[in-house]
Design a protein around this ligand. Structure first.
Ligand SMILES: Nc1ncnc2c1ncn2[C@@H]1O[C@H](COP(=O)(O)OP(=O)(O)OP(=O)(O)O)[C@@H](O)[C@H]1O
Ligand SMILES: [Mg+2]
Length: 269
């Protein structure tokens, strides 16, 4: 861990900065971040999405974009009305990025400081998995309104999500809430089958004394839409999960705009 505290970046044109995080990889952070950003935009807000996953950026693929020439491109890049920034615009995602910690932190800092995000209601930050240096640096240096922690219902994911909750508590970033992804599969008859366990996200929220933001179903079209470069909330707005993302966006926006958001009790687990 860095002994030095990174200095807080100021983003005067950005009203709310929200990190989407989880302790564990592959639980759906990037999908939640992309669809949350899209849902907020559809709801009429000015939105940016910053991909802080330097080693495994997913924003370009999820928005149907690739590498660009930085000499001729103005960042952030706008797609579907959302302002985007990702390492994947600058380096080939198939080439392993072998940067060490400080350089990663520098890249993330420069996304915040050297890019003109303009006036935004919400800047959503897609964090890499885990609770290491990269997450810590960003949590300390970005002017975060709060964090949304994503988990799946299974115990392993919950253990890691708990670490995520604890990390934000340590750096005094309020948790806006916990969202449980891949909660169940709903078939054509409306029968809901839990695949990865039941109620873990709600339990974690309760034991951590933070809001539970809801459950998101499993929908194979989520992955298809990601691969095809259009978030499901835009491509299939009538899908149950799209409606869940819209509801999530409203709950997150309400939590972020509560005057007490920055005065939430910090977690001491
Ligand atoms: N609700 C869902 N239903 C079906 N598939 C989903 C759902 N949410 C996410 N996925 C799929 O699960 C995979 C992992 O999702 P995603 O990349 O968003 O996770 P992540 O937490 O960002 O992963 P990483 O830790 O690698 O950054 C992707 O293929 C995504 O399309
Ligand atoms: Mg991701």
């Amino acid at each position: 861990m860095n002994a030095q505290m990174p200095s807080k970046v100021s983003l005067p044109g950005v009203k709310q900065v929200i990190a989407v995080a989880s302790g564990k990889g592959g639980v759906g952070k990037s999908t939640v971040a992309a669809n949350l950003a899209m849902a907020l935009h559809i709801s009429g807000h000015a939105v940016g999405l910053m991909d802080a996953d330097i080693y495994g950026p997913s924003v370009p693929i999820m928005f149907g974009l690739g590498m660009v020439d930085p000499k001729t491109t103005v960042f952030p890049i706008e797609k579907y009305g959302i302002r985007l920034m990702s390492m994947g615009f600058l380096v080939d995602v198939n080439q392993a990025v072998i940067w060490r910690g400080p350089k990663v932190a520098q890249a993330v800092q420069s996304f915040l400081t050297q890019i003109d995000w303009g006036q935004l209601d919400y800047l959503i930050i897609d964090l890499p998995p885990g609770t290491g240096d990269a997450q810590l640096t960003l949590s300390q240096s970005a002017p975060l309104t709060g964090a949304v922690v994503v988990t799946t219902p299974g115990e392993v994911s919950l253990i890691d999500a708990r670490k995520g909750v604890k990390m934000f508590g340590e750096v005094r970033v309020p948790i806006l809430g916990i969202v449980e992804n891949m909660s169940y599969f709903e078939d054509a008859t409306g029968t809901k089958t839990p695949i990865f366990g039941v109620g873990g996200g709600a339990r974690l929220a309760q034991e951590s004394d933070v809001a539970f933001l809801g459950e998101l179903p499993i929908d194979p079209r989520v992955a298809q839409c990601c691969d095809q470069g259009e978030p499901i909330v835009r491509k299939y707005p009538d899908a149950a999960i799209a409606r869940s993302y819209m509801a999530l966006a409203k709950t997150v926006a309400d939590a972020a705009n509560k005057p007490t958001a920055t005065a939430l009790p910090f977690l001491q687990l």
